[in-house]
Design a protein around this ligand. Sequence first.
Ligand code: NAD
Ligand code: ZN
Length: 249
Amino acid sequence: MLEEQVKQLGELLMFSGRTMALTGAGISLDSGIPTFRGVQGLWEKYDIMEYATIEAFRRDPVKVWGMLLEMDQAMMGAKPNPGHTALAELERMGLLHMIVTQNVDNLHQEAGSREVVEFHGNVRQFRCLECRQIHERAKVDLVNLPPRCHCGGLVKPDAIFFGEAIPWAASVKAFEMAQQCRVILVVGTSAVVAPASEIPVMAKQAGATVVEINPEETVLTGRVSDTLLKGSAATILPVVVEYIKSRRQ
Ligand code: NAD
Ligand code: ZN
């Protein structure tokens, strides 16, 4: 069954002409970064309203930094896995034209993907909440919390909390592509965080084929997505790439 689906996806990608991927925390799980939802998800441990909103951060930055440091540690040691590498390879083959990622871990870029739109920012750099200045991570004091900018503002990783706006340029690029693409791969996302969750819906309405890769069904399955390849991205995506290579020989 999965073998047949892999073939179909390979053919679809070879003849699509315009393909995007929307990725989420699930693709980085095999790199050792916990997802937010699901078994052992971070939200089992940290309540969203208490830790992940911009109001919570402003109210009690030291407490929220407790969670941020834990995430930071998981992310700084992480390396791309075969799922990230396979997407980078698809791009090099000319078969994947944009990745829109909800992840903030920089692993797509480290795997070699070039056209990466970061919908929720990136934790490799830090930013002042008030004057918006970028702060180099290495120069931020993570011992005396919370770190502050010379303007007095709070400094935080340059990824957005709930309640903050999506980076404007990223949002424009992502939604434009959603309307133009012929195929969208939805990889490792539960698709419940708006507005990212609207991307596959918009692509579908514009006529694209929606293919999910996820070990679990999601809110999109059977409703918005045309197929679900059930399993880990790190296992399935390399097999799809191998199939395409064998067809191109
Ligand atoms: P989510 O935690 O809501 O959902 C994760 C999804 O991944 C689930 O549907 C799960 O079934 C699936 N999954 C689990 N293992 C998988 C695997 N091996 N291969 C493929 N799929 C797998 O994640 P989300 O939808 O991205 O939303 C969470 C938000 O949290 C995002 O906005 C993201 O910014 C942020 N986040 C980012 C990271 C990161 O950068 N790595 C990590 C945690 C959370
Ligand atoms: Zn500042």
